[in-house]
Design a protein around this ligand. Structure first.
Ligand code: NAD
Length: 288
């Protein structure tokens, strides 16, 4: 078998165009430009790239973006003060604090301080709860991007066995929750660092979502012939980016696969734009 490549770059472009069109219509109707405020603390090189890509994507789609750069020595209180200012700023609709934060700052405290209606990453416990109950305000960007890829490529999910590798709050757990929702209807298994016989579990999967952060962890022999493989991993190995799946081996067994780069990564940004526009639309109140 030679797996069909799921072109995340193209699907993300189309999604961004749709968001751009909807943002234009919203601006024409209300005079409001959807606005994302990003906060970057310190100068982690990967975070710099992510934030710059998010800014560029906003600009291309006609959304406003502001980058607040703070030095690595910023105190937690100073960061919380900035978040409070952004929460109160009527012209800001989405707030994103780029992770990881320096060690002396507690990420949970900071993320919890973002107003849930501006929490476009969907990390706030209120938004996580709403998503779990199947009435989301915002969907978390990376898992939502994966769902969009499955939908656009018409991968059947109902009754299918999906194995998610990784149980982080950002990817694994919300990914499993979305696959489990009514209407998606997958049967979901979540694997993690303590899972036994992970190869055998994966071989049972119709859909594998790899999100563990270990380069090329998923080998061809772990994949059932014809399975769909979604690789969330982004790992820098030398000067190359590789996923959590051994791409060449997986291509020989799977029916469809996402490449790295050009798979899930671009979708994450497209979903962030979608959430930012949604935030602006929800916060819009013609009476006030
Ligand atoms: P994380 O480190 O927070 O979580 C990793 C998870 O993998 C943990 O739950 C752990 O239990 C599990 N794990 C670790 N070793 C394992 C093993 N040997 N077997 C099975 N499970 C194991 O990572 P994360 O933030 O969820 O990110 C996962 C990967 O996805 C990383 O490569 C990250 O760079 C990438 N990522 C990509 C995007 C994107 O936009 N494409 C977004 C977020 C994260």
């Amino acid at each position: 078998m030679n797996a069909k490549v799921i072109d995340g770059k193209r699907i993300a472009e189309q999604t961004r165009e749709h968001v751009g069109q909807a943002a234009r219509e919203f601006r024409e109707k209300t005079g409001i430009v959807a606005h994302l405020a990003a906060v970057l603390v310190g100068n982690d090189p990967a975070s710099e790239v992510y934030v710059r890509n998010k800014e560029k994507a906003c600009e291309k789609a006609g959304l406003a973006s502001t980058l607040h750069r703070l030095p690595a020595t910023t105190t937690q209180q100073e960061l919380l003060d900035l978040v409070a200012l952004l929460n109160a700023n009527k012209d800001v609709h989405g707030i994103l604090v780029q992770l990881p934060l320096p060690r002396h700052i507690d990420s949970t405290t900071v993320l919890d301080a973002i107003h849930p209606t501006k929490d476009v990453d969907a990390f706030h416990p209120e938004n996580v709860g709403l998503m779990l109950q199947g009435r989301p305000r915002f969907l978390p960007c990376t898992p939502a991007g994966v769902m969009k890829l499955l939908e656009v490529t018409q991968v059947p999910t109902a009754g299918q066995h999906a194995v998610v590798i990784g149980r982080s709050d950002i990817v694994g757990k919300p990914m499993a929750a979305l696959l489990l929702q009514k209407g998606v209807d997958a049967t979901v298994t979540v694997c993690h660092s303590r899972t036994k016989n992970i190869g055998a579990v994966c071989r049972e999967a119709d859909i594998i979502i790899a999100a563990l952060g270990i380069p090329e962890f998923v080998r061809g022999e772990m994949i059932k012939p014809g399975a769909v493989v979604i690789d969330v991993g982004i790992n820098r190995v030398g000067d190359k980016l590789v996923g959590d799946v051994h791409y060449a081996e997986a291509c020989a067994v799977a029916s469809a696969i996402t490449p790295v780069p050009g798979g899930v990564g671009p979708m994450t940004i497209a979903m962030l734009l979608q959430n930012t526009l949604k935030a602006a639309q929800s916060l819009y109140n013609p009476a006030g």
